[in-house]
Design a protein around this ligand. Structure first.
Ligand code: AMP
Length: 499
């Protein structure tokens, strides 16, 4: 059997008997992960030599099976396209179709859902339960420059785009974090983040498996369960989005005094707690520090670039700032023409280096427009103060960050316009202490029509991922517009803030 050259998988052989994953489906060693992923790979290959970058979408419960299938796809030479278990069928179908997946792997729990999509789209559907009982056969040698993964992310234009990273990109992203945050085989992390998003896939799961550490995956984020795990386990690391920290603080505050003391003491044993995917409000950082005694490390990153900036592992972490460049990442701030700006002057963040993605899947023009001289335009505005980066916000009001998820206002608007009661709509993100931003929809109704927020949400949940469905609605007679008649989104946001 040829040896795989994917470094992540090669390294696992050194940790064979250590625990890799603890989840609802059991406790598994690195050896079990290697053996099971080899079975998955052989089952996917069906006697062929190499999947040669065929896209394999997969939907499994959060646990060992997820990692075994992901590694199996990589070992067979495929591109892994993780699907999200809370997405409605229309979103799953979009990702499967856009990525051109030829195989979809699903846990039996999702079989009827995926089979019905297969009838419309046409792909080979493989049940995990069948793949796991295949026989291991020869596997291809995978060059690290090959495409490894496509993650779907929202942009300023309509539907989500597939961000393609190679094995080398993943390796660079992981190496950078392992070095910066001091990961080792002695680490034990609690995983509460989505497994179709870079934060959960790279920063938590893949870093942990690269380091030979232990990763305990919870079926979902539940603040009480997280606190209980902090108490019961010898965890060393925790990574979450700001909304998670807000909910953990709420649960701590609701606990009786003796339990609060216990929870605070327990938490101090963790060597590092990280927040990212959205701005961590200084008030949340300070509250956490006052109850736990730990200053959360804030980092800045993006699906396209991996992680770019981070507060230091050791030394002062300045509230409201995201620190400096991570190892191997080049960062600069530029004006609209692409010229670097000096410290103290805000500019758009540009990133360069091996962590930056290869391309948007099948969108050559969008890929080309996102780079200048090898620098990727992030669309985020930052400033350097006291040798420390501060994120000021996004260039576009059409990108909303809610609970750490990036959603496109335009995508939601396009869908809302298909609602029979809606004539026109404008979706904005409105600041919120718990969610960062809330998805809010201003609508103009067709004459004679009525619509309640509950009705809109019930309709929306069948068609959109739950976090994209508006949580507030305003019915207006007309929208605030500029002299050219274009809807002015800042004015709409104002209306929500005043309402
Ligand atoms: P995603 O690709 O879903 O991870 O979203 C990336 C976007 O999240 C970035 O472009 C930023 O707009 C935002 N983001 C990530 N980390 C931070 C942070 N620490 N502070 C502010 N915004 C952040």
């Amino acid at each position: 059997m040829k040896v795989s050259t994917i470094p992540l998988i090669g390294r696992a052989e050194n940790h064979a008997d250590r625990t890799a994953i603890i989840a609802c489906d059991g406790t598994f060693t690195y050896r079990q992960l290697l053996e099971t992923s080899a079975l998955v790979a052989t089952g996917l290959l069906e006697g062929r030599d190499d999947l040669n970058e065929e896209r394999v979408a997969f939907l499994t419960p959060r646990g060992f099976e997820y990692a075994a299938v992901q590694w199996g796809i990589w070992r067979a030479g495929g591109i892994a396209v993780p699907l999200c278990e809370i997405h409605p069928p229309s979103e799953l179908q979009y990702v499967i179709q856009d990525s051109g997946a030829t195989i979809v792997v699903g846990h039996p729990e999702f079989s009827s859902l995926l089979r019905s999509i297969a009838e419309d789209v046409g792909f080979r559907f493989a049940l995990t339960s069948d793949l796991l009982f295949a026989k291991a056969g020869p596997l291809p040698k995978i060059a690290t420059g090959r495409r490894a993964m496509i993650l779907y992310t929202s942009g300023t234009t309509g539907k989500p785009k597939g961000v393609v990273s190679t094995h080398l990109n993943i390796q660079a992203q992981v190496n950078s974090l392992i070095q910066a945050w001091g990961w080792s085989g002695d680490d034990y992390i609690l995983h509460v983040l989505p497994l179709h998003h870079i934060h959960g896939i790279i920063n938590v799961l893949t870093c942990s498996l690269w380091a030979g550490a232990k990763c305990e995956i919870l079926p979902r984020f539940d603040p009480l369960e997280v606190w209980q795990k902090f108490l019961e386990r010898d965890l060393t690391l925790f990574m979450a989005v700001p909304t998670n920290y807000v909910k953990l603080i709420d649960a701590w505050e609701a606990a009786p005094p003796h339990r609060r003391r216990l929870l605070s003491e327990t938490c101090r044993k963790l060597r590092l707690m990280v927040s990212g995917s959205a701005a961590l409000p200084v008030s949340v950082l300070e509250k956490w520090r006052s109850i736990i005694g730990t200053t959360i490390l804030e980092r800045y990153g993006m699906t396209e670039i991996g992680m770019a900036l981070s507060s230091p592992l050791y030394g002062e972490r300045e509230p409201g700032y995201v620190g400096r460049e991570l190892p191997g990442v080049e960062v600069r701030l530029v004006d609209e023409t692409g010229d670097p700006v000096p410290p103290g002057i805000p500019g758009e963040i540009q990133i360069r280096g091996p962590t930056v993605f290869l391309e948007y899947w099948q969108r050559a023009e969008e890929t080309r427009k996102s780079f200048s001289d090898g620098w990727f335009w992030t669309g985020d505005i930052g400033v350097v103060e006291k040798n420390n980066y501060r994120i000021l916000g996004r260039k576009s009001t059409d990108i909303i960050k809610t609970g750490g998820y990036k959603v496109s206002a335009l995508e939601i608007e396009e869908l809302l316009r298909t609602h029979p009661a809606i004539e026109e709509c404008a979706v904005v993100g409105v600041e919120d202490p718990e969610w960062g931003e809330r998805v809010c929809a201003a609508v103009i109704l067709q004459s004679q029509e009525n619509l309640s927020l509950d009705e809109l949400r019930t309709w929306g949940k069948k068609r959109l991922a739950p976090y994209k469905v508006p949580t507030r609605m305003l019915i207006l007679d007309d929208f605030p517009r500029n002299p050219l008649g274009k809807v002015t989104k800042p004015a709409i946001r104002e209306l929500f803030m005043r309402a």
